[in-house]
Design a protein around this ligand. Structure first.
Ligand code: GLN
Length: 212
């Protein structure tokens, strides 16, 4: 087995990419900021963060990232959180440019009412062992999930996360919690990466101390 530390890109045009970098670093992989086409070379997986999808799509065009990103998401493991989910989805409303459209799901942007447009609640995520803290910030709703997707996360009876093979899109923000289990599951089980031995065994308690 290779001793190489996995390199995981984080799309770093706008949004909460720094929180994903900190989570990935806590899991022992090398986070790589992606803001130019060449940053996508030699990555084992990519995370597309939360933020503002309209701004991200504009910057993807400005930075010449559309074609390289389209190539990457067509063949490599990708986790999209919130705005990142919007970028992956096939259908989304009111955007200045098309999404990457590889995830067979449609989303409605900013779909939670004003009073609850940001909230925290307990989710059910069987792949990571059950209950998980869900942080929602002006989140999109998944309004259609195609037959090739499988639901992985529920808020009450509502699906808030789907997987389609090596693609994962979620409405919430695990990177804004102290809980590493979601990223760990993505890296180990979706991207099939081997984490460094020091972090290979899940801690009894979430162990990250450094998050804001
Ligand atoms: N409302 C944002 C959008 O439509 C997504 C919010 C988020 O990523 N937290 O892009």
């Amino acid at each position: 087995m290779s001793e190489r530390v996995p390199r995981v890109g984080v799309l770093a045009l706008q949004g909460d990419f720094a929180a994903h970098q900190a989570t990935l670093a806590a899991l022992g992989v090398e986070p790589v900021r992606v803001s130019r086409p060449e940053d996508l070379e030699h990555l084992d997986a990519l995370v597309m963060p939360g933020g503002e999808s309209t701004t991200m799509l504009r910057l993807i065009e400005v930075m010449g990232l559309r074609a390289p990103l389209e190539r990457f998401v067509a063949s490599q493991p990708v986790l999209g959180t919130c705005a990142g989910l919007i970028l992956l989805a096939r259908g989304a409303d009111a955007l200045p440019h098309p999404t990457l459209g590889v995830l067979d799901a449609d989303v409605a942007r900013n779909a939670y009412g004003r009073q609850i447009d940001s909230f925290t609640d307990t989710l059910r995520i069987p792949p990571v062992g059950g209950e998980f803290p869900g942080v929602f910030i002006r989140a999109p709703r998944i309004v259609r999930a195609g037959a090739g997707t499988e639901p992985i996360a529920w808020h009450g009876g509502e699906v808030v996360g789907v997987r389609q093979g090596r693609l994962v899109g979620i409405c919430f923000h695990p990177e804004l919690t102290q809980d590493l289990r979601f990223h760990r599951w993505f890296l180990e089980h979706v991207a099939q990466l081997t984490l460094p031995a020091a972090v290979a065994a899940p801690p009894a308690e979430p162990a990250r101390e450094d998050a804001a």
